[in-house]
Design a protein around this ligand. Structure first.
Ligand code: GLU
Length: 287
């Protein structure tokens, strides 16, 4: 189904796409799902081919690192997570670099920490780097710098999850669309895994406190972190900053092309700009 609002997504020029660890890896083995990554790279390269600017926020550093080091369970200590991320981030980038190069695209790595974003001059530097990379036609691939910022207290001294990070990036670079690829089709009135009567919500015009309540802090996967609550927090940041956001099922990454051609896939959160928008408040969770 197409609506006028959905048709408008065709015109978006600066797009941030976020993919999570559970969408990038095979459920049973934890190995990278190369076919899916390859397809995502192709879809993004095609968006570039249409003249759009694309930023990819990719999780997976910790999951890929743990796999590379032969750990088949979730890391227990913080230093273990940090070490896994150091190994995994490099591997992940190696795969992205190789696949993007096959489609004649240049991938760039941008690792952010909450400190980088809080500090005015480093935030400004990060913003300039993004703008320059996009001007040069490169595809920035973003993750949190887990090697130094993973900690016990999410949200206080780190971003906590890449859903929020991707919305912060969208706000920082003035993106007009953020697409969160998730393991669920979009927003439901309740958790559809537990309540078969849960109703699918295809469009959200405004994020109300009741809606925020609806988000459940659950993530069905063993590798990712962000549940629906994190996605709604991301929606709040993105839409307040003036960007539309779509949550869609990343099971088939082709969904990105379908969204970009105006198909009613996933849940669309319409931009609802807050004219007093100050990114710092959102980074610090004061909203
Ligand atoms: N930054 C983490 C990683 O790359 C993932 C965070 C998240 O899943 O939201 O492993």
């Amino acid at each position: 189904m197409r609506t006028e609002v959905r048709e408008k997504l065709k015109d978006k020029q600066r797009i941030v796409i976020k993919i999570g660890s559970s969408s990038l890896t095979h459920t049973y083995t934890g190995d990278l799902n190369l076919m899916k990554i390859e397809k995502l790279v192709r879809v993004i390269s095609d968006l570039k081919g249409e003249g759009k600017s694309v930023v990819l926020v990719s999780s997976g550093a910790i999951a890929v690192g743990r796999q590379a080091l032969g750990h088949h369970t979730r890391p227990v200590t913080i230093s273990e997570k940090q070490a896994f991320a150091a190994v995994g981030q490099a591997r992940l980038m190696m795969v992205y670099q190789k696949l993007f190069a096959e489609y004649n695209q240049v991938a760039a790595q941008v690792l952010l920490t909450k400190d980088t974003m809080i500090n005015e001059s480093s935030r400004y530097n990060a913003q300039n780097t993004f703008n320059e990379l996009l001007k040069l036609g490169a595809i920035p691939i973003v993750n949190e710098n887990d090697t130094v910022s993973t900690s016990e207290i999410p949200y206080v001294d780190n971003f906590g999850d890449n859903d929020r990070l991707s919305a912060i990036v969208a706000a920082l670079i003035g993106a007009d669309l953020l697409i969160l690829l998730s393991d669920i089709d979009g927003l439901y009135s309740d958790d559809p895994r537990q309540n078969p009567k849960a109703r699918f919500i295809s469009q959200v015009d405004e994020i109300t406190p009741e809606l925020m309540e609806m988000g459940k802090a659950t993530s069905g996967s063993d590798v990712g972190t962000g549940g629906m609550a994190a996605k709604l927090a991301a929606a709040r940041i993105a839409t307040d900053s003036g960007s539309d956001m779509v949550i869609a099922n990343g099971d088939d990454v082709e969904v990105v092309s379908q969204i970009m051609t105006g198909d009613s896939k996933g849940t669309l959160f319409l931009a609802h700009p807050n004219f007093d928008f100050d990114l710092m408040h959102y980074i610090n969770n004061e909203y």
